[in-house]
Design a protein around this ligand. Structure first.
Ligand code: SF4
Ligand code: SF4
Length: 387
């Protein structure tokens, strides 16, 4: 593996208080350039459902200029946290930070629902979640059918065995919450790919949910507790690979000063010269999650990797906006989540693809709930075509 400087290790995240929220919001110059990029504004054509409207509401409440109300809180609830606004903002508004702080303030005055607390409690216990997820009929009352674990991807039998090579390096892998059971096949695929490049993987014990769902729901204490567990679990590791683009930013902030976090696709791209792929014989569609586009920015690495598969018929799905998954949004707002997903699924159906690749587990679960077409992590597909 070529020598590369380790990714930057950001400082652990702190939730901004009222003064911090005002300062963050004051960076907004109200230009409105973000509005056409906001999926909820595109859905409702309502200023209050736009980044600018939400920032104004957050600032006014934090500054004590207006009392929080049900209408403003609902518009804040609808925010997907996709950070498309942040990616295009010319003023550098750190919208993700603003949203997490605003949701924490919101939760302090408006307690989380019993259902949200129950789901967060489950996500904080990945082993229990894995056990419960196996009880499909019972769990169907609590979570969508698509959240139930699937066996290894159908094509996994075709995955080539790892070519033995003396490992020159060992990298830690993040297992997450629902991904612990649901994404086990993808982590095995990653291990096969890296083994072919002479890199071993390890899954340190004691790790758990990244805390993104808790932070976005306003449970700052829960998110901090999960961050502390992960800091202990990954202590002593130089680099941690993450397969879910929706988890990476929160995990990286939690591990600030402890270990560097890197997208598994970026790590694979760096060693790709050591990998050989056999031809693909089917049409495959590609979905780029918001967090992969706007936060992790591993889409270029993914495209380079897929371009190494000879004859691959890859169809780019149009960017119709967020798929609607957005952490707990798909559970809290199923109708809005389905409306946001619909144009993407229509494009998928029209593409003629036999499977869909997406690098974020939340998106995959949500998309799989609306189509019969197989939805897989790109790493599964890459490992299947390892020569
Ligand atoms: S693009 Fe940035 S500065 Fe302009 S309205 Fe949106 S958040 Fe505010
Ligand atoms: S995070 Fe996404 S949904 Fe929320 S305001 Fe920004 S663009 Fe809109």
């Amino acid at each position: 593996m070529p020598d590369m400087p380790p990714p930057a290790r950001p400082e652990p995240a702190r939730t901004p208080g009222a003064a911090g929220l005002v300062a963050l919001a004051d960076r907004c110059v109200q230009c409105g350039l973000c509005l056409p990029h906001c999926p909820t504004y595109r859905l409702d054509r309502n200023e209050a459902e736009s980044p600018r409207g939400r920032i104004a509401y957050i600032r006014a409440v934090a500054a004590g200029q207006v009392a929080p109300g049900a209408a403003g809180d609902t518009h804040l609830d609808h925010c997907l946290g996709c950070r498309r606004c942040e990616a295009v903002c010319p003023a550098g508004v750190r919208y993700g930070e603003l949203l997490v702080g605003a949701r924490a303030a919101q939760a302090a005055r408006r307690p989380l629902s019993a259902r949200t607390r129950a789901v967060l409690a489950l996500l904080a216990r990945p082993r229990l979640l894995g056990l419960l997820a196996g009880l499909q009929r019972r769990l169907g009352r609590w979570l969508p059918a698509s959240w139930q674990p699937v066996p290894a991807p159908p094509a996994s039998a075709a995955i080539a065995p790892a070519r033995p090579a003396a490992p020159t390096e060992t990298l830690a892998v993040f297992t997450g919450c629902i991904a612990r059971s649901h994404e086990a096949g993808s982590r095995a695929a990653l291990a096969r790919l890296l083994a072919a490049a002479g890199i071993a993987t390890t899954e340190p014990a004691g790790q758990g949910c990244c805390g993104a769902a808790a932070a976005h729901a306003g449970d700052a204490d829960g998110a901090q507790a999960l961050a502390a567990s992960n800091r202990a679990a990954f202590s002593g590791q130089a680099r941690v690979l993450c397969l879910a683009s929706g988890c990476q930013d929160t995990l990286a902030r939690a591990l600030g000063g402890v270990a560097a976090v890197e997208d598994a696709l970026v790590a694979l791209d760096r060693v790709a010269d050591a990998l050989a792929f056999r031809p693909a014989s089917r049409r495959v569609a590609l979905h780029l999650p918001c967090t992969q586009r706007n936060v992790v920015r591993s889409d270029a690495a993914l495209r380079r990797l897929l371009a190494r598969i000879p004859g691959l018929d890859l169809v780019d799905l149009p960017d119709t906006g967020c798929c609607g998954a957005a952490g707990l949004h798909q559970l809290a707002e199923p109708d809005r989540a389905a409306a946001l997903r619909a144009p993407l699924l229509e494009a998928l159906a029209a593409s003629g693809a036999s499977e869909l690749l997406s690098a974020n587990i939340g998106c995959r679960l949500h998309l799989a709930g609306g189509t019969r077409i197989a939805v897989r992590h790109p790493i599964d597909f890459l490992a299947e075509h390892l020569a």
